[in-house]
Design a protein around this ligand. Structure first.
Ligand SMILES: [Zn+2]
Length: 124
């Protein structure tokens, strides 16, 4: 289910959506803040051009928005259930800090998920 051939594999392992061999982002470490946005132009294994058309990755902002809202709602419900007396401002600050801390991961997952919507896995 999470092995090679699944979208989850491509997204979590930073792999090309088509062949799942070549790396998508240049640096495998999401928290190397100077370079976490740098991507390869083409897949080193199958040659897929990652930016399918100019401005392709603008669409990944919608995926990023959905991921961030999902994280916000999950943490809001979790903190409300686990600590019902917690002040709303504290809840909000916890969520805001975790969202900021997860920004590099959300950025990468959004781009990889968005690309995986349009490019299907093909065994090479
Ligand atoms: Zn590839």
């Amino acid at each position: 289910m999470f092995g090679k051939g699944s979208i989850i594999y491509s997204v979590t392992k930073n792999k090309c959506p088509r062949c799942q061999e070549g790396d998508f982002f240049k640096n495998p470490n999401s928290y190397k803040l100077g370079t976490f946005t740098e991507m390869h132009v083409n897949c080193s294994s199958c040659g897929l051009k990652y930016e399918i058309e100019p401005g392709f990755f603008y669409g990944s902002m919608y995926v990023s928005y959905a991921l961030n809202v999902a994280w916000f709602v999950t943490l809001w419900v979790a903190t409300s259930v686990l600590a019902p007396d917690m002040a709303k401002m504290t809840q909000f600050l916890i969520i805001a800090v975790t969202l900021l801390a997860m920004y590099p991961i959300m950025y990468r997952y959004a781009r990889l998920l968005y690309t995986n919507i349009f490019v299907k896995y093909k065994r090479v």
